[in-house]
Design a protein around this ligand. Structure first.
Ligand SMILES: [Zn+2]
Length: 121
């Protein structure tokens, strides 16, 4: 079962009696997400968190650095660069202007390696 939540604190309320909590898009959560994950772990719940480590500018995204520091295990997954086929490190954004997060618009982001992200087009 998956449930959208308004805040990280809501995860605590929803986690009664469960063995595993999975959190997706963790980069969008508020500053309490790290503490919430720790509280879940202290209750013996297995916590699996997924999120983008960096935004389209290559800046650490939201609470992800905090979560990565607190995690027992980390697996970094990479997409494939759409330009050259190497491992992609960057969520390249084809539209430069606007806020850090642009949601709901398709085809704005594409995975690129550092080299191809640096060369626009
Ligand atoms: Zn590339």
């Amino acid at each position: 079962m998956s449930t959208p939540v308004e805040s990280s604190q809501a995860i605590l309320l929803l986690s009664e009696g469960v063995d595993v909590v999975g959190i997706d898009e963790a980069q969008f959560f508020d500053a309490e997400i790290g503490n919430v994950c720790e509280q879940l772990a202290m209750k013996g719940i297995r916590v699996i968190v997924a999120g983008l480590d960096m935004d389209y500018l290559g800046t650490p995204f939201g609470q992800m650095p905090n979560l990565l520091a607190k995690a027992d295990y980390i697996t970094k997954l990479h997409a494939i660069c759409v330009k050259c086929g190497n491992i992609a490190n960057i969520s390249y954004r084809k539209k430069a202007e606007g806020p850090q997060v642009l949601l709901g618009e398709k085809d704005i982001y594409e995975p690129r390696c550092r080299h191809c992200a640096a060369t626009n087009g």
